[in-house]
Design a protein around this ligand. Structure first.
Ligand code: SAH
Length: 285
């Protein structure tokens, strides 16, 4: 059933998890860099802090972590705020690692994980105070995700999400006019982007805002952290240099090349302000 609703995304995450741990670390998301010298693990935790600061999380908050990766953000939130967390994902591989992690840290009573699609969880209505989607919304139909979050929250409940977003349309003609400046690395990055990052769909800041208000959310706040997240891609490539042989135990040469090229392309699109990174908070009216 799940495999039919989002088969490609589940397969993608099952396939890349082992290699990505050597590239991303335990948090499968961008970092928030107060300065470029900050190490990637500290910066990925800082991104969680920045997003969490947009709401008030306490020991009583019931958090639904939609697209929970391998469980590190859920455990970090629990350990920082004392909140309970249910992490959901369509990747069985990610869930297995997440479950082992919460057992190992002795948190399995308050930090749980289960297989579910964020656009149709089958969880009881109004059973969470906070829906949290950390760099997973690009993999889901936004209208479906937001209406499901609306159902799962009581009135006054919050939705926090962050993701790569479109800042202006990406036109190939912008690149073809300076094909030689752009170079083969970037062009081939286009071709490998989905292979590298999975079947995502990037939408604009305004699309997010409009779809949230159409789903019944208000008090929508968007913080542009494109500048602070920009150093991330370079850190991924540093990790590739350091961990190349370990990564190649789980990736083919071609998969690694796709990833590296896609990372240059992402950086280019961030620098040209076609892509950016947004933190978003919204409240169910
Ligand atoms: N939030 C995590 C992982 C981000 S990667 C972190 O920051 O570390 C995206 C995650 O979304 C993966 O765990 C992937 O399996 C999950 N995902 C993809 N499609 C999904 C869907 N339709 N429903 C729930 N989770 C999904």
């Amino acid at each position: 059933m799940l495999r039919r609703t989002s088969p490609r995304s589940a397969d993608h995450y099952d396939a890349i998890t082992d290699a990505w741990r050597y590239i991303f670390g335990e948090n499968f998301h961008y970092g928030f860099f107060a300065s470029p010298e900050v190490a990637l693990p500290a910066a990925t935790r800082a991104l969680i802090d920045e997003l969490a600061a947009l709401s008030q999380i306490t020991g009583k908050t019931r958090v639904l972590d939609i697209g929970c990766g391998i469980g590190e953000p859920a455990l970090y939130l629990h350990e920082k705020f004392g909140c309970s967390v249910l992490g959901i994902s369509t990747s069985e591989k990610g869930l297995k690692l997440a479950l082992a992690r919460s057992h190992k840290r002795g948190r399995s009573d308050r930090v749980r994980f289960q297989l579910a699609d964020g656009t149709r969880t089958a969880l009881p209505a109004e059973s969470f105070d906070l829906c949290w989607a950390l760099e997973s919304s690009h993999l889901m139909d936004k209208a479906g995700l937001f209406s499901e979050c609306h159902r799962l929250l009581p009135s006054g409940g919050s939705l926090l999400l962050c993701d790569v977003m479109l800042k202006r349309p990406i036109r190939l003609s912008d690149h073809f006019s300076n094909l030689f400046d752009l170079g083969w690395e970037y062009l081939s990055g286009y071709l490998g982007l989905k292979r590298a990052y999975g079947p995502g769909r990037t939408e604009s800041f305004d699309d997010y805002r409009n779809k949230l208000s159409a789903a019944g959310f208000g008090e929508i706040r968007l913080v542009d952290v494109s500048r602070e997240t920009l150093p991330t891609t370079q850190k991924w490539r540093e990790n590739i240099r350091i961990n190349r042989s370990e990564i190649l135990r789980n990736f083919t040469e071609r998969e690694l090349r796709d990833f590296e090229r896609a990372s240059y392309l992402m950086e280019h699109l961030f620098e040209k302000e076609m892509l950016g990174y947004g933190l978003l908070s919204a409240v169910k009216l």
